[in-house]
Design a protein around this ligand. Structure first.
Ligand code: SAH
Length: 342
């Protein structure tokens, strides 16, 4: 089977899939909102600012894709207290495929005083003016992998060997249409691996449709380089440790880095206004990370060291600051989003 099918089954098989079983968030990996409340708070203010740029529509659909434990949106909701008119106008919808995680999210949001609606797919979310957040969502959408051979590109497959173990292999014939391969990688040398993410492309197409019909803005943050690079980036994490991607299907989290250049290109081709990608560190600093950290530290002097450490983890170039990027898609004709100034 193609790598994408393997990934899909490992993550979303209704019985044995990693997310379907409730996911080991916080055990297998730690995301930015789980590092510090400052991340979600700044994104909440970003949304309030973006709402203003949309012309303060009421209602506005505030949607998060893949909310994990619901920490980001509950911090964002609290952060948006500073803009009560925005909070009054906002209708929250969480898009979550995993039922156990929906339950966790409902509880987390309730504790923050919010009562979101739920859907399992963006298709089922209400139509209208839109503010969308997605942190570490794209990295778990399945990828297809292609390996450059002497005679063209062959798809990387997962199968069983004679002794019944999972192994990687290659499609017997080369790919007919090279158009699938990102242009920057088409001339890569033999052995190079190109990754494509068909479901991210269809997600963007759907987003574009919504952003053309109503004013809106969507912010994606994830790990990956700003420019397309070849490489096999399929990664399995179990209890914080890297595993072979075929070692623990359904038990380990499986992700692959996001190709931000390909996303930006696809977004523009669909007629959306694209800002970024910018490095997460630069983005958070532009939104006032240090100001927020200073206030939080002043109010909680016993937590100064922890807050300083969180700033470093989120924004330092050798931590998430440069490994992660932010990209924003908007309806055409809106002023530029906050945090993306050159
Ligand atoms: N955004 C969170 C969690 C990231 S983990 C954070 O920053 O902490 C990825 C999340 O996306 C999980 O909640 C997972 O269940 C969800 N998810 C992954 N693929 C999905 C899909 N195709 N549709 C809906 N939810 C999905």
């Amino acid at each position: 089977m193609p790598v994408a099918l393997f990934m899909q089954a490992c993550l979303f098989d209704p019985q044995h899939g990693y997310y379907a079983r409730g996911a080991g968030l916080g055990r297998d990996f730690t995301t930015a909102p789980e590092i510090s409340q400052m991340f979600g708070e700044l994104l909440g203010l970003w949304c309030a600012h973006a709402w203003d740029a949309l012309g303060r529509p009421d209602p506005v659909h505030w949607i998060e894709l893949g909310p994990g434990r619901g920490v980001l949106l509950s911090d964002a909701w609290r952060g948006a207290q500073a803009a009560p008119a925005f909070r009054d106008a906002a209708r929250l919808t969480l898009i979550e495929a995993s039922m156990p995680l929906q339950a966790v999210q409902r509880e987390q949001l309730a504790a923050a005083g919010a009562r979101p609606a739920f859907a399992t797919r963006l298709e089922d979310a209400p139509e209208g003016p839109l503010l969308l957040l997605a942190n570490e969502f794209l990295d778990c959408l399945p990828i297809r992998q292609f390996v450059r051979a002497e005679d063209g590109w062959r798809e990387r497959l997962v199968g069983l060997n004679e002794t019944g173990e999972l192994v990687f292999g290659l499609s017997p014939t080369p790919l007919r249409e090279e158009a699938m391969i990102p242009p920057a990688l088409r001339e890569a040398p033999p052995g190079a691996v190109a990754e494509v993410r068909p479901s991210a492309e269809s997600l963007l197409a759907q987003l574009a449709q919504r952003l053309h019909a109503h004013a809106g803005r969507a912010l994606f943050i994830d790990y990956g380089p700003a420019a397309s690079e070849p490489g096999d980036t399929l990664q399995a994490l179990l209890q914080g440790r890297k595993q072979h991607p075929l070692a623990a299907p359904g038990e380990a989290d499986l992700t692959a880095r996001v190709d931000f250049a390909a996303l930006a290109e696809a977004g523009r081709a669909l007629g959306m206004a694209v800002a970024g990608p910018v490095a997460q560190g630069a983005f958070l600093h532009a939104l006032g990370l240090l100001t927020r950290a200073g206030r939080l530290a002043a109010a909680n002097p016993e937590r100064v060291a922890e807050i300083a450490q969180a700033v470093a983890r989120l924004a330092a170039p050798d931590a998430m600051g440069a490994l992660f990027q932010a990209i924003c898609f908007s309806s055409p004709g809106l002023p530029p989003p906050a945090g993306f100034a050159p």
